[in-house]
Design a protein around this ligand. Sequence first.
Ligand code: 5GP
Length: 218
Amino acid sequence: MDLPIDEQSGRRRRGLLIVLSSPSGAGKSTISRLLLEADPQITMSVSATTRPKRPGERNDVDYHFVDDAEFDAMIAAGDFVEWAYVFGYRYGTPKAPVKAALRDGRDILFDIDWQGARQLEPDFGEHLVTIFLLPPSMEELERRLHARGTDSQDVIAERMLRAADEIDHWAEYQYVMVNRDMDECLKRVRAIVVAERSKRVRQTDLHPFVRDLIGPQH
Ligand code: 5GP
C-alpha cells in the first residue's frame, strides 16, 4: 500500500473519506471545487446518476450519467458502496475508485446526501469524516438556487421542499458549519482535514518512528 506522506510528520498515513453534505444551493459544490484545487491529496468521488444532464455538466466528470437499466446492472453487480433516491432519481457512489483511492493512500471527497453518509458509516467507520453545510437562511438558499440559473421554477420549488428534509439530518454529522462566507467556510473545512490527518489512528507509520526515537527497550 502506497500511503501519502503527511506534510506535518513526514510519515505515511491512512487516507480519509470526507463526506460533504448540504441542501442544494448551500455552497457545497463551490467549497468542494476550492478544496480540491487547494489540496492535491484529495480526489473527488464521481457518482453515477439517472438524473438528466444539466447544461454545462460533463459526463464522467460531474457524474457518470446512466439510464435506469445501467443503474440496475451496477446495483446487481455490487458496484456501489452506497446508493439512494434523491429528487426521484437514483444516485450512487461507485466502489472501485474508493477502493483505489484508499489503496493508493489518497483522500477522497464525496458530495452525497445524508442517506449516502449513513450507508458509508458501517463500512468505513473511523476513516469517515462527515461535514454538513447549513445555509445562512432559507431565503438565501432560494436566492442562490435562482442565481445558479440551471433549474426551472418547479425544480427549485421541489429543491426548497427537499432542503428542509436534508437539513433535518444535520445532527448526524461530525462537523457542522453555517456558510455565511465562502472563504471562511473553506478555511474551516481545510482545518478539519488537517486535524483529521493528524489523528493518531491515521498515523499508522508513527509506531516504528517512535520506536526509533526512544529505543526498543521502552
Ligand atoms: P444534484 O442533482 O444537485 O447534482 O444532486 C442532488 C443531491 O444528490 C445532492 O444533495 C448530492 O449531494 C446528492 N448526491 C449526489 N451524488 C450522490 C450519491 O452518489 N449518493 C447519494 N446518496 N447522494 C448523492
